[in-house]
Design a binder for this molecule. Sequence first.
Ligand code: NAP
Ligand code: MN
Length: 264
Amino acid sequence: MKYTVCSRGDRDSQEISQKIQQYLDDFHLELDAEKPEIVISVGGDGTLLKAFHEYSHRLHETAFVGVHTGHLGFYADWQPEEVEKLVTHIAKTPFKIVEYPLLEVTITYYGQKDSQQFLALNECSVKSTEGSIVMDIEIKGELFETFRGDGLCISTPSGSTAYNKALGGAILHPSLATFQVAEMASINNRVYRTIGSPLVLPQHHVCLLKPIKDADFHVTIDHRTLIQHDVKAIQCRVAEEKVRFARFRPFPFWKRVKESFITG
Ligand code: NAP
Ligand code: MN
């Protein structure tokens, strides 16, 4: 089996990455950064987000697994002390795959520019480059509300524990093929009225953000911030593609939530 290792780059992560490579070499696994069947991320959840985007063009052929070199992560859920056990599993046992839903984001522009499509593992957030954003929010082709405020965060279920959580969004189990729209400081008065609660939308429901005032935004896709000009609309929905994680032992989602946020 072909594998690769993505490291956060700090000393601890580098050391562990080298250890993993040595072990897997001993097991005669082939290092292949071009076409890996398994990507081992060593660092934090941010490292796994980067690894995901590096290999997002071959999600069907690639599984991910994360080792954390800081605190317990949601994607990076193996401890450095367990690395030997992990590599033995990778080399010797056919692993189970769990699939998590992703968010598909399509941005269309005024003028000649072609639309762009992105996949997010955590979320897409939309903020203004100046002042507040004003956008019509359409759900399934119908105007739902006009949002005015700091921004919007559209997250996947596995991303619901990240930015979305800080915005008061619900934590969603990643077995649900949904996405969530959470507000950032909406302005509510007689002119602008928003629902105020996070919305959870099912598969095949399209949420369209249509700018009213400005057309320039800061759009983030996971760890990456893009400045987008002449934006006509931002369309979000559950992606057809899924991310695949290699599972070698049970570590239920709610246990990860508890150990990350309540008590380890
Ligand atoms: P970062 O600033 O290091 O990330 C912020 C924190 O979010 C880190 O502790 C990161 O873990 C953690 N995190 C990432 N994905 C998570 C998940 N699915 N569940 C729970 N925690 C998660 O930047 P980054 O490492 O490049 O990560 C980018 C992410 O930061 C974005 O996708 C967004 O969700 C999040 N973010 C959060 C806030 C906020 O909470 N107010 C604001 C902006 C962005 P590690 O330390 O293990 O990397
Ligand atoms: Mn990080």
